[in-house]
Ligand binder design. Structure first.
Ligand code: AMP
Length: 120
């Protein structure tokens, strides 16, 4: 599927929409989720036009991959989620109910986050 360049995170990257920035690197941007599900809920996105983790790992350069992975760890440290604990999560596609079709990793922290998934 073609990348939708009008998705909300693409618009944030172009400066068309505001965000509460937490961290920025050459290839990644991190900002607070607009509808937080935990005391700390930050989204980390690559600056490139990638829809999912599969898309990103297939097409991104090693520099983008390294930058993004490192940015996630840096955010966990910056928001104080280390050493108490945190959860990272990336929804991809329909079964995961991905709402925004630009790769993003959620970083949740600040309370006990409960079980990983509800049992079906
Ligand atoms: P997902 O279901 O994994 O695609 O999650 C998309 C996330 O993006 C949700 O947690 C939304 O609250 C969040 N979100 C949507 N629009 C914005 C925005 N303008 N700024 C920050 N977070 C947003």
């Amino acid at each position: 599927m073609a990348y939708d360049s009008n998705n909300v995170f693409a618009r944030i990257l172009r400066g068309e929409l505001p965000c509460k920035k937490v961290h920025e690197t050459a290839h990644s941007l991190a900002f607070h989720d607009i509808n937080p599900l935990a005391p700390t809920h930050v989204l980390v996105i690559p600056k490139g036009a990638y829809e999912s983790l599969a898309d990103f790992t297939a097409k991104a350069t090693d520099a983008e991959l390294a930058d993004f992975t490192r940015a996630i760890g840096e955010v966990a440290r910056m928001v104080g989620a280390e050493p108490g604990g945190y959860r990272i999560l990336a929804n991809s596609g329909t079964d995961a109910n991905q709402e925004v079709p630009h790769l993003h990793v959620h970083v949740f922290a600040g309370r006990n986050l409960g079980p990983m998934l509800k049992r079906a």
